[in-house]
Design a protein around this ligand. Structure first.
Ligand code: NDX
Length: 254
């Protein structure tokens, strides 16, 4: 079946993502999982972290991968499919590697459920746009936006994976204690993994030059930026010897 591009769902989906980002900034409340799960919320049903992250992130991989698999073979190697492939690669790692390695505390089922809905929506939006709406000129691979965007995407992904690795090493399997992260970009900021992920999605927005990717980068900046700030505040409260020069998200600045 041939699917054509409908601009209105693309604009509506992107606007919804941006509004979600703005709401996160407006309410500025910590998302109640991990170190910000309040004791009042502790009665709710929880899932093992690996199960929750696997289920939550799976749609972000499966939906675009299914759309990609339906593309005609003639489009393989074109910028649209390569860029969608990169999106799938990020979520392949998050779903099948990060989830299975995590040493996180049990995760609230209600948040995992909302996360699943979010990942279905975002996965579909990015996949639909890149598969049915995006049109790139032949010289896109040599365009500065593509080159710089891919560089930032890979740099951010490297920072994100390395920082999540540092966090994982702070615990033995089965432990749920918090320690001060050291090394890598944690030397400069409390939210090093978040900084990496934000750089990654900004790079993706640049390389795709698309409204949905820009909206997702904006959402990630709001959601992860505020989370980095909440983590920083948590560390300052919890550890008297927390490094004074360390910032929340942006080295030397904030
Ligand atoms: N999942 C993105 N809002 C979210 C799930 C929740 O991938 O309705 C956004 C994502 C969703 C959210 C998602 C979207 C908004 C939702 C929300 C639920 C409600 C909300 C839908 C989809 C909503 C409105 C109303 C606006 C619509 O025990 P623990 O877990 O704390 O252990 C941690 C451990 N750790 C330490 N261990 C020892 N010592 C320490 N000091 C430690 N500090 C941390 O490390 C974890 O096991 C692990 C990482 O913890 P943390 O807190 O640093 O990262 P986390 O937030 O768990 O994220 C993990 C990775 C990370 O790489 C991050 O960049 C990426 O996932 N991520 C996370 C969230 C969103 C996102 C990416 C994105 O927007 N791109």
């Amino acid at each position: 079946m041939l699917v054509g591009c409908q601009q209105s769902p693309v604009v509506a989906g992107s606007a919804t993502l941006a509004v979600f980002g703005a709401l996160v900034l407006y309410f500025a409340e910590p998302s109640e999982y991990g170190k910000h799960r309040s004791s009042q919320a502790s009665g709710g049903t929880c899932l093992p972290a690996c199960v929750a992250w696997f289920l939550q992130e799976l749609p972000s991989f499966a939906v675009p991968a299914a759309v990609l698999a339906r593309q005609p073979a003639s489009l393989f190697g074109e910028p649209e499919t390569v860029l969608l492939g990169l999106f799938c690669a990020h979520y392949f790692h998050r779903t099948f590697i990060y989830s299975l390695l995590t040493r996180g505390r049990p995760y609230p089922a209600a948040i995992a459920f909302k996360g699943i809905l979010f990942c279905i929506g975002n996965g579909f939006l990015q996949a639909y746009y890149l598969s049915y709406c995006a049109e790139y000129p032949e010289e896109w691979y040599t365009d500065m936006r593509f080159s710089l965007g891919i560089f930032l995407f890979l740099l951010g992904m490297g920072i994100n994976i390395h920082s999540d690795y540092i966090l994982r090493q702070l615990r033995k399997p089965g432990e749920i204690t918090y320690r001060i992260p050291q090394g890598g970009l944690f030397t400069y900021v409390s939210g090093a993994n978040f900084l990496g992920e934000i750089i990654e999605w900004m790079g993706f927005a640049l390389a795709t030059w698309s409204l949905p990717a820009l909206a997702f980068a904006f959402f990630s900046l709001c959601f992860l930026g505020i989370r980095a700030f909440h983590h920083h505040r948590f560390y300052l409260k919890m550890f008297e010897d927390y490094p004074k020069s360390r910032k929340a998200l942006i080295p030397f600045i904030f």
